[in-house]
Ligand binder design. Structure first.
Ligand SMILES: [Zn+2]
Ligand SMILES: [Zn+2]
Length: 223
C-alpha cells in the first residue's frame, strides 16, 4: 500500500505550486553555496552562483524532461484536467458502455495530445494511441498494452517492474489516498504498490500481468 512516482515528467500528486516552492528553496541553497544544489545547476549554467529564480525553474523543468518551465506548466495543467476527467469516469466505471468509452476518449485524447506536446513527444498526432506513461507513439514501441482507456509500452512496464521490486521507498499516502490503478480500478489500499504516472497510475498486480503478456508474446513470436 505505497505510492511510488514514475520517474519521468510530472507524476500524479505533484502540484505545480510545490515545484514553484522547490525552485525558491533550491535558489536559496545555491546562493548559500550548498554543494549538492550547485551540482544540480552546473550541467545547465556555467555560472551557477549567479543564477536567477527563472533559471532555477528552467533547471527543474530540464531535470524532468521539459525544454522550458512554460512547457512543464502546460503539462501540469493538462495533467490536472486529465485527472479530473478520469475521476469522473471512475465514479461511473461500472455503467460504462462502448459508446460512452468512445465519447470519453474524445474528451481525453486532446488533453493527452497537449501533454505529449509539452513533453516534446516527436509529433502529437491526436489520432495515434500513446503510452500513458512516456507518451511514445504505439508504432514507435516494441509492445503496447491497452487497458480500457490507458496504455503502457514495454519500456515503461520494465521501469515499473523495477520500481515495484525495490518498493522500499514507499511514500506516505497523505493526499494521494484517493489513487486508483487506472488499469484494473483497484484502490491503492487493495494493492501493494501504485506507480503514479502523469495522470495515469498502475498497480503492482497489473505490472505483473503486463510482464506476463509481454513474455508470452515474445515466446509466441519466436515460435
Ligand atoms: Zn511508455
Ligand atoms: Zn491494477
Amino acid at each position: 500500500m505505497t505510492v511510488t512516482p514514475f520517474p519521468f515528467g510530472l507524476p500524479t500528486g505533484i502540484p505545480i505550486d510545490s515545484l514553484r516552492e522547490h525552485a525558491k528553496e533550491l535558489l536559496k541553497s545555491v546562493q548559500a553555496g550548498d554543494a549538492a544544489a550547485l551540482d544540480r545547476v552546473k550541467p545547465y549554467f556555467r555560472d551557477p552562483a549567479g543564477v536567477t529564480l527563472q533559471r532555477i525553474q528552467l533547471v527543474i523543468a530540464r531535470e524532468r524532461g521539459f525544454s522550458s518551465w512554460r512547457k512543464l506548466k502546460d503539462f501540469a495543467h493538462a495533467r490536472d484536467e486529465l485527472i479530473e476527467q478520469k475521476g469522473k469516469s471512475l465514479e461511473d466505471r461500472r455503467t460504462f458502455n462502448s459508446k460512452e468509452i468512445t465519447e470519453k476518449n474524445a474528451v481525453i485524447s486532446p488533453i493527452v495530445k497537449r501533454m505529449a506536446d509539452s513533453a516534446g513527444a516527436e509529433d502529437a498526432d491526436p489520432t495515434v494511441r500513446r503510452c500513458s506513461f512516456c507518451f511514445k507513439r504505439q508504432d514507435r514501441v516494441w509492445k503496447f498494452i491497452a487497458g480500457s482507456a490507458n496504455y503502457i509500452c514495454d519500456e515503461c512496464v520494465e521501469t515499473c517492474t523495477g520500481l515495484v521490486d525495490d518498493d522500499r521507498s514507499g511514500q506516505a499516502l497523505g493526499p494521494q489516498e484517493g489513487l486508483h490503478c487506472d488499469f484494473c480500478g483497484k484502490h491503492v489500499r487493495e494493492v501493494r504498490t501504485v506507480i503514479a504516472g502523469a495522470g495515469t497510475n498502475i498497480c503492482d498486480q497489473c505490472v505483473e500481468l503486463c510482464v506476463t503478456i509481454i513474455t508470452e508474446g515474445t515466446q509466441a513470436d519466436s515460435r
